[in-house]
Design a protein around this ligand. Structure first.
Ligand code: ADP
Ligand code: MG
Length: 238
């Protein structure tokens, strides 16, 4: 324990919450399957970034996480890699429809970047990812979602539109990510986020990532995450 806390300190990682899994030092420590390890190596990722060292084992353990670390610190892979594992763990993948992993991001650029990162790791398993954001034809998106997918990466407004059009059902969704939560609030997406969260079963795993934690975001986190572990890397303002 002493050693673990020294190691966290050396990486400027702070954690709070009960039973926090110890940080990993390598991707091998995460127990990823060979296909996923190959995809990680192919990406040129040699070792986990600081946030990944601590967030990966927590997310893989199934716990809810609040991850706070600055832009460029590698937050995407800390939710995308465990999402692939989570999807592959679902029994009888074929029987139902609708996404298993749902990721909300504030802008179409960010949603697109996450979509690309998710696709790189999903490909090895034949997992299908769809991107859902403004600026694309709603009809095309409707058709794509109707064809089926396991992962949806979306901006909140367009995802609500697609849900209203019944382009997808959330019955299979058990892994929800709210990425760049502070920016989603700045852009006024709080009502849409609350609506989306309300449409996903409460026994989901929920992850919230943000560069800062203003009080409004803190309040949402308290309401929509269960027994979360908070991971903070470096100095972060509110
Ligand atoms: P954040 O979401 O924290 O702003 P990103 O997830 O977008 O950061 O990652 C920033 C950059 O770091 C991306 O180009 C990504 O491909 C790269 N990256 C992520 N994880 C690793 C890693 N383990 N090793 C090397 N590069 C990485
Ligand atoms: Mg990011």
């Amino acid at each position: 324990e002493q050693e673990v806390s020294e190691y966290r300190k050396s990486l400027a990682i702070r954690v709070s919450g009960f039973d926090v899994p110890r940080p990993v030092k390598t991707f091998e420590d995460c127990g990823f399957a060979p296909e996923l390890m190959r995809a990680i190596v192919k990406q040129g990722y040699e070792k986990p970034t600081t946030i990944q060292c601590q967030a990966l084992p927590i997310v893989l353990s199934g716990r809810d996480v609040i991850g706070i670390a600055k832009t460029g610190s590698g937050k995407t892979a800390s939710f995308v890699l465990p999402m692939i594992v989570h999807i592959m763990d679902q029994p009888e993948l074929q029987k139902e429809e609708g996404p298993i992993g749902v990721i909300c991001a504030p802008t179409r650029e960010l949603a697109h970047q996450i979509f690309l990162e998710a696709k790189k790791f999903a490909k090895a398993y034949g997992i299908r990812a769809s991107a859902v954001y403004g600026g694309m034809s709603k009809l095309d998106q409707f058709k794509e979602l109707k064809a089926g997918c396991e992962i949806v990466v979306a901006t909140p407004g367009r995802l609500i539109d697609m849900l209203k059009m019944k382009a997808l059902t959330m019955t299979r969704a058990t892994y929800l990510v709210l990425d760049e939560a502070d920016r989603m609030f700045d852009l006024g997406f709080e009502p849409q986020i609350r609506s989306i969260v309300g449409q996903i079963r409460p026994d989901r795993q929920t992850l919230l990532f943000s560069a800062t934690m203003p009080r409004k975001v803190e309040k949402l986190a308290r309401e929509v995450l269960s027994d979360p572990i908070r991971v903070t890397v470096g100095e972060v303002g509110t």
